[in-house]
Design a protein around this ligand. Structure first.
Ligand SMILES: *Cc1c(COP(=O)(O)O)cnc(C)c1O
Length: 434
């Protein structure tokens, strides 16, 4: 469910006509729906009702300050992965006391920053990291709260670049070494064993791998509670979203029409399967969803530069490129592409939708059937709210795109398009070349 739909012929976000946003702020521009984000947050919280839940939004999915503030206002903490992200949380006017710090390579400076901010816990990925966190906490004269990330060796059945819970990837500590890792951790004077953590991958579309992983780790969590008095179990993030029928999936009718065995995962299904497994533990449950919280809450607006008709092949060249939205190039991912002005009288066109960058990978869609559109007309890439702007780059000296947030009939620029001067601000010609 989301808040992008046609009002008459025009695509709107909540009550805002997206063509107006593109007119005002140009393209490419990301647009986010505050209502969709709030809806996702609330549904997830309700789906796990009956548990003591703390939702830590995995901010690497979308770390715009307005998005962070919106989630903080709703009561969320954050799952953060760098010193920069700690500072973003603070810059958004939120605090890090409800946040957890993940990642395999935290530096001493980052650990210090997190401790100074009162981090809820560090999610530790290896034994050397225990020693480092203990060392930094000792220097500051504090105890660092930690949880160790367990790798439950579960196949998440997702894209190879986003699966994390198999024993052959770099994340977490295998189950069979986990007890020893906690014993080692308990010996450090400046560590406080606060919880246990797992995260098995991203864009999971069925609940079965979550159930399998929770069933594997829950008995261990109970042991840790008895032995060390841990107080929480973080079951990670990873809930998938709808990419293929993205626009239609904004409506309840679409969900109702899906055959039971093909229905994408919902927070209600997720909660119904997991609450009975988690409730008996009597632990606080942390959730670290990123994509689910924001993915369907954002679109990327782009303008058509040319319709290039080739021999047997059409190319729709748009002003957005792989530097703005890298997911298709990086993960072969699908984004639905829809016109901002829908005209059912027009024919459908089959075309490759491409950006202007000199890479054959700069292709958003191959042989896509789309309403015929010409130069200057506007398109929206659906489901672009997660891993969109945050993965954008300046490749080809293209400026970082703009970001806009909509709430009801209000909308505001929440990140101005980068200027050329900003792009080159840190660069200089060395004296020996002058
Ligand atoms: C990336 C990540 C998440 C969020 O994943 P989503 O698929 O966006 O929900 C949560 N926890 C950890 C440890 C992660 O690395």
């Amino acid at each position: 469910m989301h808040h992008f739909h046609y009002t008459g012929q025009n695509l709107t976000c909540e009550s805002v006509d997206l063509a107006g946003v593109a007119q005002l702020y140009g393209t490419p521009t990301y647009v986010y729906s505050a209502a969709t984000m709030a809806d996702n947050y609330t549904r997830l919280a309700k789906g796990l009702a009956g548990l003591d839940v703390q939702i830590c939004f995995a901010m690497k999915a979308n770390s715009n300050l307005a998005v962070l503030r919106h989630f903080a206002n709703l009561g969320a903490g954050f799952d953060l992965v760098s010193g920069g992200e700690i500072r973003r949380v603070q810059a958004a006017g939120a605090n890090v006391q409800r946040s957890v710090f993940a990642g395999v390579g935290k530096t001493e400076a980052e650990i210090k920053l997190a401790l100074a901010g009162g981090i809820f816990a560090f999610h530790v990925e290896s034994e050397p990291e225990l020693a480092r966190i203990n060392h930094v906490a000792g220097k500051l004269g504090v105890k660092a709260p930690i949880a160790i990330r367990i790798n439950p060796d579960v196949d998440a059945h997702t894209h190879a670049k986003i699966t994390t819970g198999k024993s052959d990837n770099k994340f977490g500590i295998p189950m069979k070494y986990a007890a020893a890792a906690y014993e080692a951790a308990a010996k450090y004077p400046h560590l406080l064993l606060r919880g246990v953590q797992m995260h098995i991958g991203s864009q999971l579309t069925s609940v079965a791998p979550f159930v399998e992983a929770v069933e594997k780790v829950a008995p261990f969590a109970a042991e840790l509670k008895a032995k060390y008095g841990i107080t929480y179990f973080s079951i990670g993030g990873g809930m998938g979203i709808v990419y293929r029928d993205a626009l239609a999936s904004g409506q309840q009718a679409w969900w109702d029409a899906q055959p039971a065995d093909q229905r994408p995962l919902t927070p209600e299904t997720y909660g119904a399967a997991l609450v009975p497994l988690l409730k008996p533990l009597g632990l606080k449950i942390l959730l670290e969803h990123g994509r689910f919280m924001v993915g369907n809450a954002g679109v990327l607006l782009a303008r058509v530069e040319h319709l290039k008709r080739g021999a047997g092949k059409n190319f729709l060249v748009v002003d957005a490129a792989m530097n703005d939205l890298v997911r298709p190039a990086m993960y072969d991912s699908y984004h639905e592409i829809v016109p901002l002005h829908r005209d059912t009288a027009r024919r459908a066109l089959v075309a490759d939708v491409v950006g202007p960058i000199c890479e054959s990978g700069d292709c958003f869609a191959k042989d896509r059937s789309i309403q015929e559109v010409g130069e200057g007309e506007l398109l929206a890439f659906m489901s672009a709210g997660a891993y969109g702007y945050v993965m954008a780059s300046r490749y080809n000296t293209r400026s970082m795109p703009a970001e806009v947030m909509v709430k009801g009939s209000a909308f505001e620029l929440v990140n101005a398009r980068e200027t050329f001067e900003q792009v080159i601000a840190g660069e200089k010609i060395p004296a020996f070349l002058k």
